[in-house]
Design a protein around this ligand. Sequence first.
Ligand code: DAH
Length: 341
Amino acid sequence: MQLEEIKKLFEEEKEKIQSLEDLEKLRQTFLGKKGLISQLFKELKNIDPALRKEFGQKINRLREEVENFIRQKREELQQQLLEEKLRSERVDITLPARIVPPLGSKHPISATIEEIVEIFKQMGFSVETGPEIEKEEYNFDKLNIPKEHPARDMQDTFYVNKPGYLLRTHTSPVQVRTMLKKQPPIQIIAPGRVYRRDDDPTHSPMFFQVEGLVVNENVNFANMMFVLREFLRRFFEAEVPVRFRPSYFPFTEPSAEVDIGCVICQGKGCRVCKGTGWLEVLGAGMVHPNVLQACGIDPDKYQGFAFGLGVDRFAMLKYGIDNIKLFYENDVRFLKQFSSL
Ligand code: DAH
């Protein structure tokens, strides 16, 4: 191939270079041992001696040109590669980290208990607690529910192996513990877990109650009505209709059940209130003299009132939930809806 042809070929080929591999091929084609330029040098000896020097210089110039191009192009390509790498491996340190773990939120039952406790604290109550594995004596006997008495059947009990003990069926034994511990004035609430052999859409074998007890001189039924009405007004943040119905509990006399106007249908009658327009939310009454006596408090000097409420019921009404099981399955999709609590 003639020098001019090789020069022309080089001009064409150098425009096509895209990568270091292309460049290496180009180098071999022109500068390799058997490359086009090496071939030209080999032809030098066949050339007329008068022209040889000039021809030699021309080949050398071409070789230098090729070498210079290759050097420059290699640097250029290497620089490009480096920049690409830097770009693709770039870490944007201004982005917020993704490793922040998702935050949990308050369980609606916990939120409801806190709210109930807060309202009663504002009314001067303090908080007491008791064990979930309770003495049968405190859960029943001292609450005026003697052995073999049919009233025990009101609550289906889980008994435990240890004789004389059971899973408390209500928070009322905390009343007993408080009275055994101190003399009036007493003004306490006791939130906590309770257990019963019950299992359907409105009953869970474990649920939450809040118990209340006030004992002092001159405590009467009207005081109780005021406290409970006030509590319901504050909890539901509205003037809900409240009614007291005569009822029976062994540990109170007289006893009442407290209803509120159905918050779902506003008293018109619906599935939740079973068409009555009323929802039962509390049990209450004047502490039975037998209970005061059994706990070491003089019933001739002191009177008291007590009440018990189901936290689940209050949470269901407040948040519009129709199945108690949702509270205990702990499905994150359910719990997430309460993340603002
Ligand atoms: N212990 C009752 C229950 O679990 C609720 C109750 C009713 C508690 C009347 C009381 C009360 O303190 O006076 O069903």
